[in-house]
Design a protein around this ligand. Sequence first.
Ligand SMILES: [Zn+2]
Length: 76
Amino acid sequence: MMSEKKYHCPRCGNEEIADYTDSFDCPSCNLEFDKKDCDELEESQILSVEEKLGIIKGLGLDINKETNSSNYSRDI
Ligand SMILES: [Zn+2]
């Protein structure tokens, strides 16, 4: 078994990634991915950190909720 897993971008396959402790950045896609996701999920199921944040906002769990209630975005 391989003790050290080499990570690559699930979107473009780029192995020239910026490696962080728990995540990595793909400079080509300008997206950040969690290593945990890459370990547990199929490549096609992996979402970038940015996309996951977008989903959370889309579910109405926005922690940055503003008091202006007329500021709903309807871009679906
Ligand atoms: Zn990429």
